[in-house]
Design a protein around this ligand. Structure first.
Ligand code: APR
Ligand code: PHB
Length: 396
């Protein structure tokens, strides 16, 4: 970490994957930037999140010069399984759309981005407090904050709000200028990370009458599993032994027989939500990633959407500084939102089809529709193609 200047071209708020990737791409384009992050680097790296990268995200990481370890250690998956009524149905991504995804934890990606940023000597201030974007409607915005007990300000040309769902940037746009869309699901995902070999070579998304389950992985020796739990469920109700027993019940017996159990190295419950803010720009402030939108994790789209926002923003800022053109920045919000809504649709759809909704105890009709839609899609090459095309990511 180097000392921060009093002025930069792009002030980035948030050192999650969106902020760090944007910073890296801008620096490579010769655009000066500073990142302000609320938490410590260690805290940012302690958060366990999803781990499926679309090919377009990998290409962007290559451009950013941070893909070497990802190529060495990331797991290339040519397909994944959907399990319905105990039967596995493979979505063959390679055969259906000629592409693969890469399984590589977001935490590792964040680590690679932090290391590249430090190696390039780019300025990042961790543990900043009371961050306030100011004068965002004018041409000389600035950001005030407290760092190491001192109140400071950095002037800039643009502010990139990459500060996640709970950040300050979205909140600093006048409420009447924003429209938000939100859907909260009546369940959450209980995730468990353990140093045991994955139960299967590919991911398995399980629809089960006791609730959804997902078998994922991080490496040949590290697994990530999830269980659908009711909204508001308490972690204390899920000691490891209860988690493993419940997971086994939701898996087909042949898969359950291959399950390796081990102590959790991380266990947490995440609520499921769909959320979009429009527009993603106000004056000189641009929102990117979770600051502007949230998807339920079922389609593995959160990180990939953050990456496509960053790709558009990098392009807009690049055009501004290289050619003096504001066209890319003016189109930013609309270009992002077109892609975001399609990913919102896919994530909502996968969530709706694979989870058990509390009302379904009575609403047997909805459940039958869910079954019929899955049966139809999985038996149709077009249906499987639709799933595959969305899973590997729609074009930018
Ligand atoms: N000031 C500075 N930084 C802040 C503030 C603030 N007021 N509020 C939040 N932050 C930081 C958070 O501590 C976090 O490190 O902004 C960062 C936002 O990072 P993420 O939440 O990871 O969001 P994003 O970079 O958009 O990444 C999107 O991460 O959250 C997952 O599912 C999501 O996979 C997706 C990806
Ligand atoms: C994960 O590995 O954490 C993961 C994978 C796929 C998803 C969600 C989470 O859809």
């Amino acid at each position: 970490m180097s000392d921060s200047p009093v002025r930069t071209q792009v002030l980035i708020v948030g050192a999650g994957p969106a902020g760090l990737l944007l910073g890296q791409l801008l620096a490579r384009a010769g655009i000066d930037n500073v990142i302000l992050e609320l938490r410590s680097a260690a805290h940012v790296l302690s958060r366990i999140r999803a781990g499926v990268l679309e090919p377009g995200t990998v290409a962007l990481l290559e451009e950013a010069g941070v893909a070497a370890r990802l190529h060495r250690e990331g797991l290339r998956h040519g397909g994944f399984e959907i399990c319905v009524d105990g039967a596995l149905h493979r979505i063959d991504l390679q055969a259906l759309v000629g592409q693969q995804v890469t399984v590589y934890g977001q935490t590792e990606l964040t680590r690679d981005l932090m290391e590249a940023r430090a190696a390039a000597g780019l300025s990042t201030l961790y543990e900043v407090d009371d961050v306030r974007p100011l004068e965002i409607e004018g041409t000389e915005p600035r950001v005030a904050f407290v760092h190491a007990g001192q109140r400071r300000e950095i002037r800039c040309d643009f502010i990139a709000g990459c500060d996640g769902f709970h950040g300050v940037c979205r909140a600093s746009i006048p409420a009447e200028r924003l429209r938000t869309y939100e859907k909260v699901y009546p369940f959450g995902w209980l995730g468990l990370l353990a140093d045991v070999p994955p139960v299967a070579p590919e991911l398995i998304y399980v629809r089960h009458e006791r609730g959804f389950a997902l078998c994922s992985q991080r490496s040949p020796t590290r697994s990530r599993y999830y269980l659908q739990v009711p909204a508001g469920a308490a972690l204390e109700a899920w000691p490891d032994s209860v988690f493993w027993a419940e997971l086994r019940r939701r898996l087909p017996s042949a898969v359950a027989a291959a399950l390796h159990e081990g102590p959790a190295i991380e266990k947490s419950i995440a609520p499921l939500r769909s959320f979009v803010t429009e527009p993603m720009r106000h004056g000189r402030l641009f929102l990117a990633g979770d600051a502007a939108h949230i998807v339920p994790p079922t389609g593995a789209k959160g990180l990939n959407l953050a990456a496509s926002d960053v790709a558009y923003l990098r392009q807009g800022l690049g055009d501004f500084y290289r050619r003096g053109s504001s066209a890319g920045l003016d189109a930013y919000s609309q270009r992002c939102l077109q892609r975001i809504w399609k990913a919102e649709r896919f994530s909502w759809w996968m969530t709706s089809l694979l989870h058990r909704f509390p009302s379904q105890g009575d609403a047997a009709f909805d459940q039958r529709l869910q079954e019929a839609e899955l049966a139809y899609l999985l038996s149709s090459a077009h249906g499987r193609g639709m799933i595959a095309e969305n899973y590997v990511g729609l074009p930018l």
